[in-house]
Design a protein around this ligand. Structure first.
Ligand SMILES: Nc1nc2c(ncn2[C@@H]2O[C@H](COP(=O)(O)OP(=O)(O)O)[C@@H](O)[C@H]2O)c(=O)[nH]1
Ligand SMILES: [Mg+2]
Length: 277
């Protein structure tokens, strides 16, 4: 059933730039951008495209009111065949921006699809490691994970670290999954019917859409007969570097709406995640 919907979707989709069957694996990274003119480091994106011929970038300009659109056009002019911008008229939030970019990447039949924050708090070098992990472990989804360990450069403000850890504990319980960090803005997955199922409908939450994504992924796997034990594979890759970049739009004052999103997830997804299949 999942497969039928996916094939139907691909059949109706406009033909993408390439299909990788028989060729080098192709990766698309979606970069959601909302008023990022001040933070976008154009040279880093162009450098990543120059270095990796199998990489495409799909920027989503999320109704920005600053110069983001012009800056993105400038970046994409360097590699027009492997970079593009989806322009959203109105600001729709990160969840919807990422979703729109991922659906485009699914239509264009990339092998690996991921997303990355525009501030490059997770540098491209880490994405390469995440991709290597996806291949080595034959995983379906790899989550970048910010674990402070000796020898790693994980720099996060103390308040955000503490709130993040408390939230992560709740999330791990809600998902019935021993996940350490759901909120890191760097994730990569294998293009599949399950991934289409995860992204085909808008997310119900804004702040916690990454959690919803994992919940939908597990539930879609269960629907296709797989369980954690038999085995669908979602893994976390501790990052070597993650540096909090100034200018985050996420504030502690957003905690009430984060709590509301948490309640939505518990109500909508947790029962299915605890059901014995
Ligand atoms: N906050 C916010 N971020 C958005 C929105 N749409 C897209 N984004 C992007 O989401 C990413 C994460 O934003 P950031 O403020 O750095 O979040 P943080 O690193 O989690 O504090 C950036 O690439 C933003 O440009 C939106 O409506 N609100
Ligand atoms: Mg950030």
């Amino acid at each position: 059933m999942l497969c039928c919907r996916y094939v139907l979707y691909l059949f109706n989709a406009p033909v993408g730039p390439q299909n990788s069957v028989g060729f080098m694996r192709k990766t698309a990274l979606v970069i959601p951008c909302f008023n990022e003119a001040g933070r976008l480091k154009g040279d880093k994106f162009v450098e990543a495209l120059a270095k990796n011929q199998s990489l495409d970038l799909i920027f989503v300009n999320d109704g920005s009111s600053d110069d983001t659109g012009r800056k993105l056009a400038g970046i994409c002019a360097n590699y027009p065949a492997r970079s593009s911008v989806i322009e959203l008229e109105a600001n729709s939030g990160k969840a919807e921006a990422v979703r729109r970019g991922v659906l485009k990447a699914i239509e264009e039949r990339f092998d690996y699809i991921g997303y990355l924050d525009a501030d490059l708090a997770t540098p491209f070098a880490e994405i390469e490691k995440i991709e290597a992990e996806l291949e080595r472990k034959n995983a379906e989804m790899v989550l970048g994970s910010r674990v402070k360990l000796l020898g790693k450069n994980i720099t996060r403000k103390l308040a955000r670290h503490l709130v993040g850890r408390a939230l992560a504990t709740f999330i791990s319980l809600a998902l019935n999954l021993p996940v350490y960090d759901t909120q890191c803005g760097a994730k990569l997955f294998r293009n599949s019917a399950v991934i289409f199922e995860v992204f085909k409908e808008p997310f119900l939450t804004g702040w916690l859409f990454d959690v919803e994504l994992i919940a939908r992924f597990i539930i879609a796997n269960q629907a296709s007969g797989k369980t954690k034990d038999n085995h669908f594979s979602i893994i976390e890759k501790p990052l070597d570097e993650w540096v909090d970049v100034q200018g985050s739009k996420v504030k502690l004052s957003h905690l009430p709406s984060i709590a509301k999103d948490m309640a939505t997830i518990i109500y909508k997804y947790t029962p299915a995640l605890y059901r014995k299949t």
